[in-house]
Design a protein around this ligand. Structure first.
Ligand code: AMP
Length: 518
């Protein structure tokens, strides 16, 4: 029926006629290669959806029940995502690196009806979940074991996708908060589907495409951009749970599309065997989530003959801009993120909210059917991040040239991006400042040859205290995800400050810029 806007229903409608063709083939992990046909996807998602429906989750509130998931990457984890959509519930993926303090906040804030975690974490995750009022905690391991699949095995493999409107909530993606509190970006079926349809056309997805899927699936890039792209095109995925550059180079000749964060491209270029021959069947290499260095862009072209297509987006908006795919739309320009995608409005404003002339730097604001509906249970924050005329303030600083091409020059919110992951300094500083012997701290990102940016902390001790850098780093490791933990920590007497008392992070960045030899 035409008013059905359930994203799963749209993806399923794109499955190929031959349901016995291979949809996903694992390249690593237990039992690889495992082959999942389109029929397997159809049946397994029905069974998991039926299990979720059988729990008779209380509606509670204006949005459907949330299903929070922190598991290793596996095909079954993707099936769980699809099943949640199918059942009309809200998917809430959590980074596998998140530790206790973080999970406590997410589950307390989102109040999920169901939590799915790795078996090895069941002890502590279930404790937190039950405290947050969650009634159902299942396990899902990367070797197809765990209570989720055991229970789903008893369910019927027939399920009619829940009826959803375009504005119905489909997923909540938590972005780290600048003040230390994470915000849950609420994305609807319509947000996700409209963006997926735009990208299918813009990136020229075509019959016979095969996607090499190497990204994590708790983030917009791997979960939405990559997976939706392949599913909506009825394309096979070669599925890597972990990125291993050598193994990827070996499998590239079977693929046509690859998506990666810049760090992955640097790693590929580090493989001696990587070049034109390995890329002979490839149609498109796409990069995003963090700035791609010009050096990487150039070296990749020289080595492979392929020009990486860089695009720009974020959890709140999915994809916003892209370099062109088709030659008639212009060349792909390194160091830029291309033009706004069809249907996306993008403008640059100064700090008074006035439009900047082309070429001038200001805050990037966007609107379109892809833009999220707000932050979960943070109406104030949501209001702050939208302009009076309804544009979302991305927090990125950039410019639009006369020919409409967008360049990102920085981030107003001081975000650090390391290996494609976002680290908000305020959050790490909050943990440091609570530690014994610490008076205050400043966390910055400085150039890193492998990760783009490396996290560095500068700490001022309390009078008379002498905190050990290694001990502070060790203590942080028990509290926050490893990618947020500073790679270097310095203890100093004072932090540089301006006349307004603000810490001058630019001076710290300058002082430490050569730290990692980038
Ligand atoms: P996330 O919500 O984790 O996807 O992070 C989104 C942020 O990543 C954006 O607001 C940008 O600051 C940054 N980002 C994404 N793609 C690019 C890109 N191609 N170049 C520069 N920064 C990017």
């Amino acid at each position: 029926m035409s008013d059905q806007q359930n994203l799963f229903a749209a993806l399923r409608a794109a499955f190929p006629a031959d349901l016995d063709a291979v949809a996903i083939e694992t390249a690593d992990g237990p039992g690889a290669p495992l082959r999942y046909t389109w029929r397997d996807l159809e049946r397994a998602t029905a069974m998991i959806a039926n299990l979720l429906v059988s729990l008779e989750l209380p509606a509670g509130g204006e949005h459907p029940p949330r299903i929070a998931v922190q598991t290793e990457k596996s095909v079954e984890a993707l099936l769980l995502y699809l099943a949640v959509l199918r059942a009309g519930y809200v998917y809430l993926p959590l980074n596998t690196a998140y530790q206790q303090g973080e999970i406590e906040y997410f589950l307390g804030n989102a109040e999920p009806s169901v939590v799915v975690c790795s078996g090895k974490n069941f002890g502590w995750v279930s404790k937190i979940a039950f405290q947050a009022g969650t009634k159902h905690v299942f396990t899902l391991n990367d070797d197809r074991t765990g209570s989720l699949l055991e229970r789903a095995a008893w369910q019927s493999d027939v399920h009619e996708p829940a009826r959803c409107a375009a504005g119905d909530l489909a997923a909540i993606l938590y972005t780290s908060g600048t003040t230390g509190r994470s915000k849950g970006a609420m994305l609807t079926h319509g947000n996700l589907l409209s963006n997926a349809l735009t990208l299918k056309d813009y990136w020229g997805w075509t019959e016979g495409d095969v996607l090499l899927h190497v990204l994590p699936i708790f983030h917009v890039h791997g979960l939405f951009v990559a997976s939706h792209g392949a599913l909506l095109n009825g394309s096979k995925m070669i599925w890597f749970a972990k990125f291993d550059p050598r193994a990827v180079v070996e499998r590239l000749p079977e693929a046509t599309v690859f998506m990666g964060v810049p760090t992955l491209y640097v790693r590929l270029l580090g493989e001696p065997g990587f070049g034109r021959e390995a890329c002979r069947s490839m149609r498109l290499f796409i990069a995003g989530s963090a700035p791609l260095l010009i050096d990487t862009f150039d070296e990749f072209r020289t080595r492979t003959g392929h020009t990486i297509l860089e695009r720009y987006g974020m959890s709140e908006t999915i994809m916003l801009t892209s370099n062109p795919y088709r030659a008639e739309d212009g060349e792909r320009r390194g160091g830029t993120v291309g033009r706004p995608l069809p249907g996306v409005g993008l403008r640059v404003s100064d700090d008074q909210g006035r439009p900047c002339p082309s070429g001038e730097i200001g805050g990037i604001e966007v609107r379109g059917p892809n833009v999220f509906i707000g932050y979960w249970r943070m109406p104030e924050k949501t209001r702050e991040e939208f302009t009076a005329d309804g544009w979302f303030k991305t927090g990125d600083v950039g410019k639009v040239d006369a020919d409409g091409v967008v360049t990102i020059v920085g981030r107003s919110k001081d975000l650090i991006i390391t290996g494609g992951y976002n680290v908000y300094p305020a959050e790490v500083e909050g943990y440091l400042n609570e530690m014994d012997g610490v008076a205050e701290s400043a966390v910055i990102g400085v150039p890193h040859p492998d990760f783009g940016e490396g996290v560095v902390a500068v700490v001022v001790p309390r009078a008379g205290a002498r905190p050990e850098p290694a001990a502070l780093v060790g203590a942080l490791k028990t509290k926050i995800a490893n990618f947020k933990v500073p790679k270097q920590l310095f203890v100093v007497d004072t932090l540089p400050r301006n006349a307004m008392g603000k810490v001058q992070k630019n001076l710290l960045r300058e002082q430490h810029k050569g730290l990692f030899g980038a």
